[in-house]
Design a protein around this ligand. Structure first.
Ligand SMILES: Nc1ncnc2c1ncn2[C@@H]1O[C@H](COP(=O)(O)OP(=O)(O)OP(=O)(O)O)[C@@H](O)[C@H]1O
Ligand SMILES: [Mg+2]
Length: 203
């Protein structure tokens, strides 16, 4: 049965997806791609898009691969990644159902960007970031878009949770073949992230 989302107000909007509270379960979110994401890619990468088997949902599949990849490894901490509950047909296209990370008040958890903007960033957050960086390096997860908006603070687990930006951009990525290359790529993203964070903390 198709889930009806049309007409509901998204609880959050990203550059790629609209995020809705699941109409039947408040603990879940449903993420659906908006047309603009597809249009932008079509315009920016017409050749790549011509050869992509999935024109619209390629990044959803790549995100899923990383989510499952972490579970395929034994004894790897999973709290750093949002939980993907499943897929659902909606009247706005395929929706990805995920567990909502919530604040103590029951709202959506703040992103790292929110914490900095609202002057709530504390030493415990800096410490939690270091733990996350180490986890990224150790697990060889493929991080595509590592931004302040894509991390939310879980007060329950006292850690940052990656809620977006995982999975490679390319269909055949060198990052999935070479652990050391991927590690370098993740380290590069961590360094960029550090300087971006230092910049916003200083401003
Ligand atoms: N599991 C989650 N728990 C709490 N909040 C979330 C969760 N997933 C997404 N959000 C909120 O919704 C916003 C948009 O979600 P998401 O980053 O997945 O969308 P996107 O369109 O892919 O983003 P981008 O603009 O980075 O491409 C996030 O910045 C965050 O505030
Ligand atoms: Mg995002």
């Amino acid at each position: 049965m198709e889930l009806k989302l049309e007409g509901l107000s998204p609880v959050a909007k990203g550059g790629e997806r609209d995020v809705f509270v699941h109409p039947e379960n408040k603990a879940w979110l449903v993420k659906v791609y908006h047309q603009r994401f597809y249009d932008v890619h079509q315009k920016k990468y017409p050749i790549i898009m011509r050869f992509r088997r999935l024109k619209r949902y390629w990044s959803l599949v790549n995100e899923l691969i990383e989510f499952i990849g972490i579970r395929e490894k034994s004894s790897v901490e999973t709290k750093y990644l949002q939980t993907i509950v499943g897929m659902v047909d909606t009247d706005l296209g395929i929706g990805m159902i995920v567990s909502a990370v919530l604040s103590e008040e029951g709202d959506l958890a703040p992103t790292l960007k929110d914490l900095v903007k609202n002057k709530q960033y504390q030493p415990m957050h800096a410490e939690a970031l270091e733990a996350l960086f180490q986890w990224m390096i150790d697990t060889h997860i493929i991080i595509r878009d590592f931004s302040l908006n894509n991390l939310v603070w879980s007060y329950q687990d006292q850690c940052f949770v990656i809620i977006d930006g995982i999975g490679s951009k390319a269909t055949l990525s060198l990052r999935s073949f070479s652990k050391s290359y991927n590690q370098k790529a993740n380290k590069k993203r961590v360094e960029k992230f550090r300087s971006r964070l230092a910049k916003v903390l200083g401003s």
